[in-house]
Design a protein. Structure first.
Length: 384
């Protein structure tokens, strides 16, 4: 058996249950991996969402640029989420790779590969910029495929170089964030309104009447007004919830978590969790009302987020019922300025009691965090 075959055989023995999502190049790695017996031990699914429509469908949202580190992160996050669905309770891994390689049309930008792996052990990222006009499409495909095999080896601590020799004109960068360096949240963290941090023992189920989950990047007036309107509607206090783990984004490290919490210090109560999905939040906070925007409500009832399985969707909604959780849904304006409300969400009739509308006259906020971040970036650049 060749050295590369021995390496892949060892990978088969070490990899956890995995989902691989590859687009734009590198799909040859799937052939390399499955040409050696043993792939069925760990490979749950391999998907190649090649067109923009397929990529959008798989990720669950439009992507700004198909070949980017951000898209690789989103692919890996979605792959990890699918792995958790397909192998509940087992160690899992999600890989996302997107490449812009030589084609039958001249490329203005760099020939490049972005790859992200997410697992219970941490996160790994690779970005490779290839020297232009040095190789044909086949040569670049082999390198992209080799990078995928190399990345999987790194993720399981397997020594071996699956990459073809790179030239001095190629540029490869690697970063790794181990789980033990991330914010440790085996138990919950509770930031009180006066700024004290409390640890809640693992397994505890705190009584929290209502929560407004978000990334809070940045925290803005819309969040405050939404929480205030929800408190008036519900007649109970609303706390905030920040998850350091996300389905389609990198985990927050200690520094970033602290920056986002500092926005609340002395002003509001925040729960810090490792609960990326609402099912995870419902298990942590039984009986809570989750205050969400209409876009989030649409995702909660969209079969696409349950592997297009209506029964899985029903099971998830039944879990919310059993945990005594509900959703209070705020409206938003669409591109035409029309107010999209809960009435526009296709909630299954049997689960209509899970959702309540926050009336537009109580709250409406049409500026997103993304828009605000863009404005802050432009302002920062103008001041430099």
């Amino acid at each position: 058996m060749s050295a590369s075959a021995l390496l892949i055989a060892e990978l088969h023995a070490r990899l956890p249950k995995s989902v691989l999502a590859v687009t734009g190049g590198g799909a040859g790695a799937l052939g390399q991996l499955l040409a050696i017996p043993g792939g069925s031990r760990w490979l749950l699914e391999a998907i190649v969402p090649y067109s923009v429509a397929a990529l959008t469908e798989f990720v669950g949202a439009p992507v700004g640029q198909a070949c980017s580190a951000t898209t690789a992160d989103a692919l890996a996050g979605r792959a990890l989420d699918r792995a958790r669905w397909l192998a509940p309770g087992e160690a899992v891994l999600g890989l996302g790779c997107t490449a812009g390689l030589a084609s039958d049309r001249p490329k203005k930008g760099d020939h490049r590969v972005h790859l992200t792996i997410r697992s219970d052990r941490g996160e790994w990222r690779w970005s490779l910029v290839l020297a232009k006009d040095r190789r044909d499409r086949g040569g670049e495909e082999r390198i992209a495929a080799g990078l995928i095999v190399h990345a999987l080896c790194q993720a399981v601590g397997l020594e071996g170089n699956a990459l073809e020799s790179l030239s001095t004109e190629d540029a490869l960068t690697e970063t790794h964030t181990a789980r033990d360096t991330l914010e440790s949240l085996e138990s919950l963290l509770h930031l009180t309104a006066d700024g004290r941090v409390e640890t809640v023992p693992a397994g505890a189920s705190p009584v929290v009447p209502a929560l407004l989950p978000g990334a809070f990047n940045p925290l803005h007036l819309g969040h405050w007004n939404m929480a205030r309107a929800a408190e008036e509607h519900l007649g109970k206090p609303v706390a905030f919830e920040l998850s350091v783990a996300n389905v389609d984004k990198p985990e927050l490290d200690r520094a970033e978590t602290r920056l986002r919490l500092d926005q609340f210090a002395g002003h509001a109560e925040v729960w810090v969790t490792r609960a990326p999905r609402f099912l995870d939040k419902a298990r942590l906070f039984p009986g809570a009302v989750f205050v969400v925007g209409v876009d989030t409500a649409q995702r909660i009832v969209d079969p696409r987020y349950y592997q297009h399985d209506e029964e899985r969707l029903s099971d998830a909604l039944r879990t919310f019922q059993k945990r005594g959780c509900r959703f209070l849904v705020a409206c938003r304006a669409d591109a035409d300025g029309r107010c999209v409300t809960l009435a526009d969400v296709a909630v299954p009739r049997a689960f209509a009691d899970l959702f309540d509308a926050l009336a537009p006259e109580r709250f409406r906020w049409d500026i997103s965090s993304t828009y605000l971040r863009a404005g802050l970036t432009l302002a920062r650049r103008a001041s430099e």
